[in-house]
Design a protein around this ligand. Structure first.
Ligand code: G3P
Ligand code: MG
Length: 251
């Protein structure tokens, strides 16, 4: 078993890359994250029609590309023809949808650690985790990887196909049965939403020694407060805002 990545994780994780300053989940969002001082990025992983792991947040292509329809109904070749930058800015025209394979190559060059958030089409969890496993098995990737998902079946599949990777359960609000939920999928960390910050629950989870991370936090004060409360890391669209003061927060 690989050692838990939480022990060495940075406090600031670029959410979908530096997605406040560049089109989310693209190469430019990764290079921008590193420019802004981040050494961890979160990305969303799903699959193409021909079973390749690809980096895209929505099921549907409309918001973040010039394509239409469902990602899972296009081949990787079709996805790679789309423009995934113009929707964000004309200056980003020509940015491509990344395969996980291409992302791993880039992140390896950038020395960027990755949180792969598994976002399967419901009912295609096993295929999605299988694609990720195949890609990871073939890649030579130096930095660390953390796997996470909201999806129970994806995490169960990851527990069996990728048991040596640190895994986290994503939730919106921290549930009172958080420990049982983590145990049921063999996950170590819990990632919750900033809309549901509850310092009593945070204290309970932190006191149990369970790593916590909070998405998405774009202001410095909230980030500081969470980190002081023992949250291990925050996901942000604007790494530069939170890294203004790069000194570690004393707890
Ligand atoms: O992985 C944390 C966060 O990215 C989960 O929400 O919708 O931004 O993927 P979402
Ligand atoms: Mg995500």
């Amino acid at each position: 078993t690989l050692p838990s990545v939480y022990g060495s994780m940075s406090q600031v994780i670029a959410h979908r890359g530096a997605s406040g300053s560049a089109p989310e989940n693209t190469a430019i969002a990764m290079t921008e994250a590193v420019k802004q001082g981040a050494d961890w990025a979160e990305v969303d992983v799903t699959i193409s029609a021909d079973g390749h792991a690809v980096i895209f947040h929505d099921n549907n292509l409309n918001r973040c590309s010039d394509g239409n329809g469902l990602v899972i109904q296009k081949t990787l070749k079709e996805l790679e023809k789309l423009d995934a930058g113009s929707w964000f800015s004309p200056f980003c025209a020509g940015e491509k949808i990344l395969s996980l394979e291409a992302l791993l190559r880039l992140a390896d060059q950038l020395d960027l650690n990755l949180n792969l958030e598994i976002k399967p089409t419901i009912g295609r969890e096993a295929e999605t985790v299988w694609a990720i496993q195949q890609t990871l098995a073939r890649a030579s990737f130096g930095p660390s990887i953390l796997l996470s998902s909201f999806n129970y079946f994806a995490l169960k599949e990851a527990q069996s196909l990728l048991p040596h990777y640190t895994r986290a359960l994503n939730v919106e609000a921290i549930p009172s049965d958080w420990q049982d939920r983590l145990d049921s999928v063999g996950a170590e960390g819990l990632h919750f939403a900033s809309d549901f910050i509850d310092y009593n629950m945070i204290e309970e989870v932190v006191n149990a020694g369970t790593p916590l991370a909070c998405y998405t936090v774009n202001d410095f004060e909230t980030a500081q407060k969470l980190l002081r409360a023992g949250v291990s890391a925050v996901f942000t669209d604007y790494p530069d805002r939170l890294l203004l003061d790069a000194r570690p927060v004393s707890q």
